[in-house]
Design a protein around this ligand. Structure first.
Ligand code: HEM
Length: 159
């Protein structure tokens, strides 16, 4: 068995265009949803693209959120402060996002789905926790989170 290059989650799902497609569809659903529309009705026109860039960077893609969009982990967290999210809203957010991932045909292999769900669970629960406070727990120079394949490894091994 030779050396092999492990693809990033960003590569595996098809890159930034796919993530932008995902978040565009997702926020369209959000704005049609009774529970989430009031939470997101004032979001900026760049919101979907910024979230796609954030996730792409966490998934090992280009540094678009921090370098092109001028964001940071602390800035992302800041958007959730004082928003008073709760478990019902988080669950709706999760289900609409996963539904969007299926509808645009993101990879459905068990390993990718495990990594995607693990990240979304982690990130969405942190968003809810941060929404109950108004002081940002993240230092301005804190690094971006990084997410990989986790314990399952990946379908990329091919053997
Ligand atoms: C992995 C999970 C999550 C990630 C990566 C994420 C990422 C982001 C990012 C990058 C922004 C800033 C967008 C911009 O620059 O315009 C943002 C804003 C926001 N997020 Fe999240 N988020 C997550 C989970 C959630 C959840 C679960 C909720 C609610 C149920 C939520 C509600 C919001 C709201 C209300 C804003 C601000 C909208 C506004 O500007 O009016 N987020 N999020």
């Amino acid at each position: 068995m030779g050396e092999r290059t492990i693809p990033t989650l960003h590569e595996w799902l098809g890159g930034t265009d796919r993530l932008e497609q995902l978040t565009t569809l997702f926020y369209r659903k959000v704005l049609q949803d009774d529970l989430l529309e009031p939470v997101f009705r004032h979001m900026s026109p760049e919101h979907a693209r910024h979230v796609a860039h954030f996730i792409g960077e966490v998934f090992g893609g280009p540094k678009q959120y921090t370098e092109t969009d001028g964001g940071s982990h602390a800035r992302m967290v800041a958007h959730h402060l004082g928003k008073h999210l709760d478990e019902a809203k988080r669950r709706r957010w999760m289900s609409l996002l996963l539904e969007s991932a299926d509808e645009i045909g993101l990879p459905d292999d068990p390993e990718f789905q495990s990594a995607l769900l693990g990240y979304l669970e982690w990130g969405s629960r942190i968003a809810v926790l941060n929404s109950t406070t108004v002081s940002n727990p993240i230092q301005p120079d804190a690094p971006m989170p990084i997410w990989g394949w986790g314990e399952t490894g990946g379908p990329y091994t091919g053997d």
